[in-house]
Design a protein around this ligand. Structure first.
Ligand code: SF4
Ligand code: SF4
Ligand code: F3S
Length: 266
């Protein structure tokens, strides 16, 4: 209770803002506890009350006062074509804000598939040259938390770990926290017994679908997707895409817009 809260700067590049939408629904811990008690969210241009020059001043103030101490959270990614003009923050290309804020950050969290992999805006032919954060910032520890969006409790779980142990979580070879991304959806899917028994849905709304059989033949990417959906689930553990009747589209995997969708088979 006496420890100063760790400053967090949360910047936004090309994205849809749904990583934030996911984050604000965290139940364990409650997002209000994260934002009001655990971290000091000094800048977040979608959540903060300040705007314009006041918001920019808050960013600069934290960078100046907490050099080497703050966490930089990045949602979205910088487009590099046309000198970065496809995403402007405070009158400048987002890539400039990203480089500036990253320079004195202790560590960087790449929220979601946009920051981690590029996501939809980097899908072929990627006209804006949307580029994942780790390809622009190469001299800082980067924790990738992919998913479109990532699960709320995975996001707050990563932050909780970093605050509790004052270190970044153990990462896999691609930079994802092992505690949430070491297993495939398929490994813990409750429909797995049907996969093993060769019982498959062949068309949406067929009898096999009504019985809850495996969605592999409907293009489910669970066997190649590393994420915690089949264990942590969504909405306070209520459900996840497969439980809702649609196969996993691999939203936490690199290039899923080009490789993971059902339509990619056509
Ligand atoms: Fe939106 Fe997905 Fe990008 Fe998150 S990763 S900002 S949910 S498009
Ligand atoms: Fe695996 Fe998908 Fe079938 Fe679940 S629905 S068992 S993840 S192929
Ligand atoms: Fe995404 Fe697949 Fe989970 S589509 S939300 S990784 S079940």
């Amino acid at each position: 209770e006496t420890k100063p809260r760790t400053p967090v700067l949360w910047v936004h590049g090309l994205e849809c803002t749904c990583c934030s939408e996911s984050f604000i629904r965290s139940a364990h811990p409650l997002v209000k506890d994260v934002v009001l008690s655990m971290i000091s969210l000094d800048y977040d241009d979608t959540l903060m009350a300040a705007a314009g020059h006041q918001a920019e001043a808050a960013l600069e103030d934290t960078i100046e006062r907490y050099k080497g101490q703050y966490i930089l959270a990045v949602e979205g990614n910088p487009p590099l074509n046309e000198d970065g003009m496809f995403c402007i923050i405070g009158g400048k290309p987002f890539v400039e804000q990203l480089r500036h804020a990253a320079e004195h950050a202790k560590a960087i969290i790449s929220w979601g598939s946009c920051a981690s992999h590029g996501c939809v805006q980097a899908a072929r032919p990627n006209p804006t040259r949307a580029t994942p954060v780790h390809q622009v910032i190469t001299d800082k520890p980067i924790i990738k938390v992919p998913g479109c969006p990532p699960i709320a409790e995975v996001m707050t779980g990563v932050i909780t770990y970093m605050l509790t142990f004052d270190r970044i979580p153990e990462l896999d070879r691609t930079g994802r926290p092992k505690m949430f991304y070491s297993q495939r959806i398929h490994d813990k899917c409750y429909r797995r017994p049907h996969f093993d028994a060769g019982q498959f849905v062949e068309a949406f709304d067929d009898e096999a679908a009504r019985r809850g059989y495996c969605l592999y033949k409907m293009g489910c990417k669970g066997p190649t997707t590393y994420n915690a959906c089949s264990t942590v689930r969504w909405n306070e553990g209520t459900s996840f895409p497969i439980q809702a009747g649609h196969g996993c589209i691999g939203c936490s995997e690199e290039g899923f817009w080009d490789k993971g969708s059902w339509y990619a088979r056509l």
